[in-house]
Ligand binder design. Structure first.
Ligand code: 4AD
Ligand code: MG
Length: 482
């Protein structure tokens, strides 16, 4: 029987096994082939390779030539204790089969370090590197941890729509969804495209947030969350922005802003601890990788803590909680502000904070994650609950080292009249939000929620500095390849 038809064992299950001396089948992709004898085989089940040792006399030369980096092979042999360093067991190959050739001349991934920029251009192959396979495994474990955390707390996962007729953040940075002819759309009397003839009979977009829809479930099921893709057409070419990213948005009935800040802190600490416990091998690898990268940076830009130290620090220390007003005071009196080192100088209460300010507070001033709350209402969304000072809203942002804002959330304005005032002030068409207003008309309740940017969380956990490297196929301005 050809080995392809035989049941294989995953490498992760063979590394710590009592199957020594048994015959096993391993299938995977060749990482390296040394001295016509040692194959480093990887099947993605773990960072570690299986060393498969070939007895030269037992194989024909034509076959050996096809064991190239990138080729897919199946090997059968006896599992023995390894004599070499770096692995506990190895496979003494008795049979080998090439399942998929990889032309050594043409295969773009060679066993050497490639730049992340180059790897982004071959995003369909980069998952075959140690770095990206580690990132994708961590990403999976984090998805699982999100559902585990909320399930254990009695939250229900709600699927909110991806195509929507409402603009949750009022930011006007949405991708249109249409089946109208782009070149020659039907026109209405004023000569504009006639969206009543569009697929949904109205204008629709890809969602920027599932929040408004998940609020409907909150006011029935109490504690809910949505975890889905979100889309923003902001033209931000930064290392922290994607046009398509995933967001986790819990929404809790009877929570005020303080309860919400507490939950947010508990949640991110849980995710970080979960990664430390369940992604040990991959995090150790990413830690070494990050240390290597640091060596190329000037001394002042190097971080004081290694990746793993940073994760432990966040998991074990209380976040700093300060109001926006306190933050403005700190920033106004800070060195970079006085020496005009900030690109945006802070001189007045009401200024929107830029990522340079957020990072100053977290990385230089407090040296730990910071939760800022009670922001000026003018720089925040219409649905946030107004405080008694008439100036601020019960909003909060969680700021992380190296990342800046990782969570944004708020207590929601549950009072119909107050909400209507904001909707009017901001000129939001009421008919678009009529269903949302029903939640305040019928059985309204204090409630709150937040959104965690999943990729920013993965950036923090993996130590990757560019958000394009923590999602398999990043969508950014001018880039929707694959
Ligand atoms: O602060 P944001 O815009 O909040 C909301 O969308 C609320 N509706 C959340 C809620 O209360 N339910 O976004 C939340 C988080 C940010 O803190 C950030 O981590 C992430 O989403 N985020 C992005 N991540 C990647 N690329 C982008 N373009 C992002 N925009 C926001
Ligand atoms: Mg925000």
């Amino acid at each position: 029987m050809a080995i392809i038809q035989e049941k294989r064992t995953k490498i992760i299950d063979l590394l710590h096994t009592d199957q020594l001396g048994e015959s096993v089948v391993v299938k995977g992709w060749v990482r390296t082939f040394r001295n016509n004898q040692f194959i480093a085989l990887n099947d993605g089940s773990t960072l570690e390779n299986m060393q498969a040792v070939i007895d030269f006399s037992a194989t024909d030369e034509q076959l050996l030539k096809r064991i190239n980096t990138g080729a897919c092979i199946a090997v059968k042999g006896e599992l023995v204790e390894s004599k070499g360093k770096g692995q506990s067991v190895e496979l003494v190959v008795s049979e080998i089969e090439i399942l998929g050739d990889a032309d050594a001349e043409k295969y773009p991934l060679q066993p050497k370090r490639h730049s992340l920029e180059f790897l982004r251009e071959i995003a369909h192959l980069r998952v075959r590197t140690n770095t990206f396979s580690a990132i994708y495994r961590v990403r999976h474990i984090m998805i699982f941890a999100v559902h585990k955390f909320f399930t254990e707390k009695g939250f229900y996962n709600i699927h909110t729509p991806i195509i929507t007729g409402s603009d949750a953040e009022g930011a006007g940075e949405m991708f249109r969804v249409t089946t109208l002819d782009a070149v020659n759309p039907p026109k209405n009397e004023s000569g504009d495209p006639d969206f009543s003839e569009d697929f949904f009979g109205k204008e629709t977009n890809l969602t920027v947030s599932g929040q408004l829809e998940v609020e409907t479930a909150c006011l029935a099921l109490s504690d809910v969350y949505t975890f889905g893709p979100t889309f923003r057409a902001e033209n931000s070419n930064t290392s922290r922005h994607l046009a398509e990213f995933w967001m986790i948005e819990p929404e809790m009935a009877f929570y005020d802003i303080n309860d919400t800040m507490e939950l947010a802190e508990e949640f991110v600490k849980y995710l970080v601890s979960y990664a430390l416990q369940h992604c040990t091998k991959d995090l150790e690898f990413l830690n070494r990788r990050a240390l290597d990268e640091e060596k190329n940076k000037p001394q002042i830009e190097r971080s004081e803590l290694s990746l793993i130290e940073r994760l432990k620090f966040v998991a074990n220390n209380d976040f700093e909680k300060i109001t926006y007003t306190e933050a403005i005071e700190i920033l106004r009196n800070s060195k970079p502000n006085k020496k005009k080192k900030f690109q945006y100088l802070i001189d007045e209460w009401g200024a929107d904070l830029q990522s340079e300010h957020e990072r100053f507070l977290v990385e230089k001033h407090f040296k730990k994650p910071v939760i800022l709350y009670n922001y000026p209402k003018d720089i925040k969304a219409f649905y946030m609950r107004q405080n008694d000072d008439n100036k601020t809203v019960a909003a909060m942002d969680v700021l992380f080292p190296g990342i800046g804002e990782i969570i944004g959330g708020s207590q929601r304005e549950e009072r119909y009249d107050e909400l209507m005032v904001r909707i009017d002030e901001l000129g939001i068409p009421q008919e678009d939000l009529d269903w949302y207003l029903d939640l305040r008309r019928f059985g309204t309740a204090p409630h709150s929620g937040f959104g965690l940017g999943f990729e920013r969380m993965i950036q923090f956990v993996t130590g990757m500095t560019n958000i394009r490297d923590v999602i398999p196929f990043p969508r950014t301005p001018d880039n929707a390849e694959f």
